[in-house]
Design a protein around this ligand. Structure first.
Ligand SMILES: NC(=O)C1=CN([C@@H]2O[C@H](COP(=O)(O)OP(=O)(O)OC[C@H]3O[C@@H](n4cnc5c(N)ncnc54)[C@H](OP(=O)(O)O)[C@@H]3O)[C@@H](O)[C@H]2O)C=CC1
Ligand SMILES: CC(=O)N[C@@H](CCC(=O)OP(=O)(O)O)C(=O)O
Length: 311
């Protein structure tokens, strides 16, 4: 085995996101994954010892456990590994870089130079990807009243939701987050650069993985009254040359879109459906909630942070 292999510990390796990252990393010859004995996976001392011996730790844990792991890493001082946190815990926290490499020019370099990177939530990945370039281009006012609707496969809810759907005890389809305080709102608002809190209506359906995030817009309420093509052009310009994010002409979709075609990839597709006569448009992002929405993005960030070329 080469001396130059970089080592990674996945804290929470047995969970949905952890397993997805482990499978993806198995295909990366420059990296080796160090695993903890199953009976010690919740033992803080054993986790700290693992962290001391690796270049990077990925946290695939509930928020409280992720915060505990960061405290354990802090105790290692200069010997602390780099951290990618897949939980929600540090997504708008000071000192952390948000792990959406395509956010803005130069952002991938910020991730590459960071010691602590928070992996984005699945829904915000789609919402921010659609909104941020339009805000940056001046096509969308920061205080515009935005509504984000989304549907996710049930794997987005982790082990317990997967078990409920696979046991047949969960509903075929469900709206949730109707208390208007979904945990993804802070990062969505912050990294889309919105000054007005968006309304976010997520839903989950009886399919394992895949996701659509959609944002309706009245074009005559936007600065300069753009046409749908202007929004598409701005997105296409922002993502030109991107390996994983593409802007797809909506005409090909025939007014319909299903959520599963990007499953098991790290891809994100953006579309602008519109009717200029009606002065209306719907922006839609499609991604795999377990891919670009979780494990795929984590591996993209790990590669950047450990100096590996884009896969
Ligand atoms: N599923 C998804 O699409 C996404 C999830 N995430 C985030 O990733 C994190 C993990 O989610 P997900 O993989 O879905 O969750 P899962 O419930 O599938 O997995 C969580 C894992 O963490 C383990 N765990 C819990 N507490 C501790 C602890 N104190 N020490 C060590 N291990 C612990 C669990 O073990 P046990 O089961 O034995 O309790 C389980 O193996 C969450 O913060 C989630 O928000 C991020 C992006 C997408
Ligand atoms: C269907 C479902 O329940 N989805 C999860 C989000 C999954 C996800 O990606 O959120 P994190 O990245 O923040 O874990 C939810 O809405 O809480």
């Amino acid at each position: 085995m080469s001396q130059n292999l970089k080592s990674i510990f996945i804290d929470g390796e047995a969970g949905t996101t952890g397993l997805g990252i482990r499978d993806r990393l198995a295909a990366v010859p420059e990296l080796t994954v160090k695993s903890i004995a199953p009976e010690k996976r919740k033992d803080p001392a054993a986790r700290k010892e693992m962290m001391a011996g690796v270049d990077l730790v990925v946290l695939c844990l509930p928020d409280d456990a992720a915060k505990e792991s960061v405290a354990l890493a802090d105790e290692l001082g200069d010997g602390a590994p780099k951290i990618v946190d897949a939980a929600t815990a540090h997504r708008v926290a000071p000192g952390w870089v948000y792990g959406f490499a395509e956010l803005a020019p130069g952002h991938a370099a910020k991730i590459a130079n960071a010691n602590r990177v928070s992996n984005p939530g699945c829904y915000p990945t789609g919402g921010i990807a659609l909104l941020r370039p339009l805000v940056d281009a001046g096509l969308l006012a920061q205080d515009h009243p935005i509504t984000v609707n989304a549907v996710s496969g049930y794997s987005g809810g982790g082990k317990s939701m997967i078990e409920a759907y696979e046991a047949g005890t969960a509903p075929a389809f469900e709206l949730y987050g109707l208390g208007l305080h979904h945990k993804h709102l802070p990062e969505l608002q912050e990294y889309a650069r919105l000054t007005r809190r968006p309304i976010f209506v997520p839903s989950v359906g009886n399919f394992r993985q895949g996701m659509l995030v959609s944002i309706p817009l009245h074009l005559d309420l936007l600065p300069g009254k753009p046409k749908a093509a202007d929004l598409q052009d701005a997105l296409a310009e922002h993502y030109a040359g991107s390996t994983y994010v593409s802007v797809v002409p909506a005409g090909k979709a025939g007014g319909k879109l299903e959520p599963e075609s990007l499953n098991d990839t790290n891809k994100l597709e953006l579309r602008v459906f519109g009717d200029d006569t009606l002065k209306q448009a719907v922006l839609v992002a499609k991604l795999d909630n377990l891919g670009k929405g979780a494990s795929g993005a984590a591996v993209q960030n790990i590669r950047l942070m450990l100096g590996l070329a884009e896969a």
